[in-house]
Design a protein around this ligand. Structure first.
Ligand SMILES: Nc1ncnc2c1ncn2[C@@H]1O[C@H](COP(=O)(O)OP(=O)(O)OP(=O)(O)O)[C@@H](O)[C@H]1O
Ligand SMILES: [Mg+2]
Length: 1081
């Protein structure tokens, strides 16, 4: 709700007026019309200030949902439309937050909805108060006490199918947080006469019917009951079943509720036994039996019911039977038994049934109290809910109505007192001067009834206790005397004879002018009902019963406590309990719910004006409004008032910056409201007349209309302007876009025209240039063509001869290249091993590569040899060098050579160092011995060979005796001129010395050796080195000359026919010839 929208339920969107205080004009008619209007719109609640008037809708309205509970929770009383929840919330919050004990007084005619209202209040409080396991249990117990009490205390009447036949006041107790912790129930005056007799169209208490319909066969058997209602005298049959009431289901609900409240299973059983006993009691009938003294004595007709009843309650049958026939009268210390006639026996029976039932009811209330009483002793906050019978005006009013109306009279009194007090307190709180209020105070009526000296109840008691004959008539006489002058008492025979001619007033009646109307009471039964007699024999019999709760119900039957004093009368008891109740209520903050029933037909849509008017009257509602309006009809805190009406004055609209009160003052003075019409309190403004309020409201409404128009105007202006601006903006955008588009189009046109022109010009230019270029090109091309033709001719002429040869060569070269490639690749794959002696070589693949193939083989071999050689050590290299040299000297020159190739050059064949035989020789030859071997020295004389040791050193060669080792000749190598050998396979060689040297004196040496090749090779190497020459000549020929001293001898080699294997032989042919025959190879 916006701040401006201060909603007060009383003024906004109301059907009629939500608060009767604002009713203008206030007449009974307008009052009823307002109620009717609201009722027709299902608005069943209306306020009179803080009092709630509740119309019974007789239908279920969707206004008690959890959502509604939430809606009314923590809201101000006048904030929402009138509702019983608003009152409940106000009461609960005031209790919880301000620590004020509350009482909720619900009054109204039978069927007006009091009990429903009380349940609504309780359920609302249960819904909004704290939660928790313990709290919920307490709540549940408090709520479940209702079905139990309703079963035993409610009955169907002509006015209400579930009419409470007792008054109930329940204190719900809360802890400091506002969580319920328990409760206490007080009950008032159960209508016990209903147990034995029900008016036409009515029923006995619900429990009887519930038990018979709902109990199991087993239970019924135990209780000795029959399901058939018609078997019981106490149950009226004409409305045994009620539409919309399911007795069987309700019985289960009651049992369940009893269990929740805390009744033990055996307690429930005992209670049901008592109920059954009452039914049985009703069936006991009596017959007269004549006695000798002429009186009739009553006797029980059929003892079966009596027996069963006694069995149920554990009573000695004979004792009870006797109690129905005799009555013990105790006068001082004497006991006299008087007989009872049949009528008295019936009276006694019914009295017993009534007492039994009403005491059972009180016991139930106490038992429930025991269960629901608060466990803690700490201070409690209390909310009392009073659901009491409302004011009753029947055609035939008796003692009960008198009592009930007295109670209502008292409630009205307390209402007036408290309302005025509240009003007064508010005035004082607000600092408003208190003006005396004219209203009707009913204290005078209360006094008429309850005054201790001459009150009607006191006189009734007096009559009842008075010795002598006491009848209802004597009682009326007494009233006629004593109350004659009272303004509110009317009687035909009253002493002042005011009503002697009033035929509406029968003789056996008196009339009281209650605050709510005149009521005519018939005195018949007053004395009896006030006495409420139960013969002591009966109470004693009950006391003796062997039953768990009977003794507690009849403490007056205890013979040990015989009290000769009469028990207090019903009137006295009631007066006392009402006094206590009033005292209790006075300490609490009252909240009123006044229930009204709209029709007598229990119908949802009928509003009977006369009936409502009647109720409004006796509920004193008009009185109520008047009291409320006595001072000021309406009040509102300054803030709210300012907020609601500030739009009516320029200074306060739209914002008032000062204090709210000043704002209201400015507002009211501005509106020229007459100063008597309002008063300024401390926090509220008080308005005396509803008219003024309506004036304000009317003004506000028109102001709001103006404001609405203003807002509309501004809004429309704003909207149009915004729209216009938007259009303008759009137009600019559209124009801009269009201009751009148009320019673009224009530009495109110019551009394309230019392009066309450009292209034409360019085309023309280009074509011109093209033509020139083409001409040029043609010229060039012509020249080129001519030149080309010319060159072509020339070249062709020149190269014609080459063309084919050239191609052939190319093909040839290519083929060759390919073949060579292929050849090399093939060769690569089939290469022989790296061994130099490996003779293999791949087969030549192409004839024309023969030379290359061979050359490659050679190169490969050389390369392989080189590789092979590169592995050699120095010594081995020397050896091979020697071998090479040997090859150079002898290869293909001497036939012996090939056989020597495989023989390694050992050098020292004699192992001269190691052999001791040659030690001397060794020592003589100082230099290192390069070669030592045995050779044959050919004797020139015979050509025979003699073995000699041949040693070669670096500078000499030495010949020594083989046996002795004696040096025969030592020749320095420079003296050696040449060496001669044959071409044959022999081992002969001649060492020729230089002429003129000392060595040459003895002549040359002709020697033969197996190691000729090695000896000659080494000799040549060493000799050349020693002599500083290139080489020593080696002559290879089959004839050479050898110088022996002076002679020169020719050595000739001839091939003998001998085969290889035999050695060569030398023979002296003559002086000049030595012939060597060499075996043929
Ligand atoms: N607020 C309500 N909404 C719907 N139905 C309602 C409401 N109040 C009362 N009634 C109906 O009216 C019937 C009578 O109401 P209730 O028993 O509360 O009357 P009462 O004032 O307690 O009467 P009595 O004085 O006889 O006990 C209820 O059984 C119910 O059907
Ligand atoms: Mg009721």
């Amino acid at each position: 709700m916006s701040k401006m929208e201060v909603k007060t339920s009383l003024l906004d969107g109301m059907i009629g007026v939500g608060d009767m205080v604002l009713l203008e004009p206030l007449t009974e008619e307008s009052f009823i019309n307002n109620l009717k209007k609201r009722f027709d719109h299902n608005e069943i609640y209306t306020y009179i200030g803080s009092v709630v008037i509740s119309m019974n809708p007789y239908k279920n309205l969707p206004i008690y949902t959890p959502d509604k509970v939430e809606e009314y929770r923590n809201r101000n009383f006048y904030e929402l439309s009138p509702h019983i929840y608003a009152l409940s919330d106000e009461a609960y919050r005031s209790l919880r937050d301000q620590d004020k004990d509350q009482c909720i007084l619900i009054t109204g005619e039978s069927g007006a909805g009091k009990t429903e209202a009380s349940k609504l209040v309780m359920s609302y409080v249960a819904a909004v108060c704290g939660k928790g396991q313990e709290v919920n249990k307490v709540k549940e117990q408090l709520l479940q006490s209702n079905p139990v009490l309703e079963a035993f205390g409610n009955a169907k009447t002509v006015r209400n199918d579930n009419s409470s036949r007792f008054g109930k006041y329940m204190d719900i107790e809360f802890d400091f947080k506002g969580d319920p912790i328990g409760g206490v129930i007080s009950n008032y005056l159960l209508e016990k006469s209903r147990v034995v007799k029900q008016p036409r169209g009515e029923r006995n208490f619900h429990i009887f019917y519930q038990l018979l319909s709902g109990a199991s066969e087993d239970t019924l058997k135990k209780l000795k009951l029959d399901r058939d209602f018609s078997k019981y005298n106490y149950l009226s049959l004409d409305s045994a079943t009620v539409n919309g009431l399911d007795d069987a289901a309700n019985f289960r609900t009651v049992r369940n509720a009893m269990q929740i409240v805390g009744f033990m299973e055996d307690e429930v059983q005992s209670v049901l036994e008592l109920v059954a006993a009452v039914l049985k009691l009703g069936n006991i009938e009596f017959k007269p039996e004549s006695r000798t003294n002429g009186f009739d004595e009553s006797r029980v007709k059929d003892k079966n019911d009596l027996k069963e009843m006694c069995e149920l309650l554990g009573i000695d049958q004979s004792v009870l039977e006797r109690a129905f026939s005799f009555r013990t009268v105790e006068a001082r210390s004497d006991k006299v038994a008087t007989t009872l006639n049949v009528a008295q026996a019936y009276y006694a029976r019914d009295a017993l049934a009534k007492n039994l039932y009403s005491r059972l009811f009180s016991w139930l209330v106490n038992r429930i109290n025991e269960s629901i009483k608060a466990q803690t002793k700490t201070r409690k906050k209390v909310m009392g809910v009073l659901d009491i019978y409302g004011f009753e005006i029947f055609e035939d009013n008796s003692f009960e109505q008198f009592i009930i109306n007295y109670c209502n009279e008292k409630l009205q009194q307390i209402f007036i007192e408290l309302t005025l007090r509240e009003e007064q307190e508010e005035y004082i709180r607000e600092g408003i001067e208190w003006t005396n209020i004219e209203y009707f105070n009913n204290a005078i009526i209360c006094d008429l009834i309850e005054n201790n000296q001459n009150g009607i109840l006191a006189m009734l008691d007096e009559e009842c206790l008075r010795p002598g004959t006491v009848t209802d008539e004597t009682f009326l006489d007494k009233l006629n005397t004593i109350c004659a002058e009272h303004l509110h008492f009317e009687s035909r025979q009253s002493k002042n004879s005011k009503f002697l001619t009033d035929h509406t007033l029968p003789h056996n009646c008196f009339r009281i002018q209650h605050y709510a109307g005149k009521v005519l009471y018939r005195v018949e039964g007053f004395v009896d009902k006030n006495n409420d007699l139960l013969y002591r024999d009966l109470s004693q019999a009950m006391y003796k019963a062997n039953h768990s709760i009977m003794r507690a119900l009849f403490p007056d039957g205890n013979p040990a406590k015989i009290n000769l004093k009469r028990p207090p009368t019903a009137g006295f008891q009631f007066r006392a309990s009402v006094a206590t109740l009033m005292k209790n209520l006075q300490t609490k903050n009252p909240n009123y719910i006044r229930c009204i029933k709209p029709n007598d037909k229990k119908s949802a849509h009928i509003f009977t004006d006369s009936l409502v008017c009647h109720q409004a009257r006796y509920l004193g509602l008009m009185e109520n409004v008047r009291v409320r309006r006595a001072g000021y009809a309406f009040r509102q805190p300054y803030e709210l008032c300012l907020l609601r009406y500030k739009m009516m004055c320029k200074q306060t609209w739209p914002h008032w910056s000062g204090p709210a009160r000043e704002g209201v003052e400015v507002l009211l003075s501005n509106l020229a409201v007459s100063p008597e019409e309002y008063s300024y309190g401390r926090s509220k403004v008080f308005i005396r007349n509803p008219r003024t309020l309506f004036f304000l409201e009317e003004k506000r409404r028109s102001c709001l209309e103006d404001l609405a128009t203003l807002i509309q105007k501004i809004y429309r202006g704003w909207k149009c302007r915004t729209h216009f601006l938007l259009l303008k903006k759009s137009q600019v955008v559209v124009a801009a876009w269009y201009r751009r588009y148009a320019q673009q189009k224009k530009y495109q046109k110019i551009k394309s025209a230019t392009l066309v022109m450009q292209s034409f010009i360019r085309g023309w230019k280009a074509r011109k240039i093209l033509r020139e270029l083409k001409y040029q090109k043609r010229c060039e091309e012509a020249a080129t063509t001519i030149a080309a033709f010319w060159h072509g001719t020339q070249v062709r002429r020149e190269y014609r001869k080459f063309f084919r040869a050239h191609a052939g060569r190319k093909i040839y070269e290519f083929t060759i290249q390919r073949i060579i490639q292929k050849y090399f690749l093939g060769l690569k794959k089939t290469m022989p091993s790296m061994s130099p002696v490996d003779k293999t070589w791949p087969v030549r693949s192409y004839q024309f590569l023969d030379g290359t193939h061979k050359e490659l083989r050679r190169i490969f071999h050389l390369w392989r040899c080189k590789k092979y050689r590169s592995q050699f050590t120095q010594e081995k290299k020397a050896i091979y060098e020697e071998k090479l040299q040997a090859s150079e000297i002898f290869k293909d020159k001497k036939a012996l050579y090939p056989s020597s190739v495989s023989q390694p050059f050992k050098g020292d064949y004699l192992e001269i160092n190691k052999n001791p035989k040659y030690q001397k020789l060794n020592s003589m030859v100082e230099e290192k011995i390069l070669l030592a071997d045995v050779v044959n020295k050919i004797n020139r004389a015979n050509g025979k060979g003699a073995p000699r040791l041949f040693l070669l050193t670096k500078n000499n060669f030495v010949l020594a005796d083989q046996k002795t080792g004696q040096v025969k000749a030592s020749v320095p190598l420079p003296d050696l001129s040449s060496v001669s050998v044959s071409t044959q396979t022999d081992g002969f060689f001649a060492l020729k010395l230089k002429e003129g040297t000392t060595s040459a004196a003895k002549g040359d040496f002709l020697l033969s050796s197996d190691h000729l090749i090695e000896i000659i090779t080494k000799l040549q190497r060493t000799g050349a080195a020693a002599a500083g020459r290139d080489h020593i000549n080696v002559d290879i020929s089959d004839e050479f000359l050898v110088q022996f001293k002076q002679d020169k001898v020719c050595v000739k080699f001839i091939q003998s026919g001998l085969k290889n294997g035999s050695s060569a032989a030398c023979k002296r042919k003559n002086n000049r010839l030595l012939e060597v025959s060499v075996p043929s190879p």
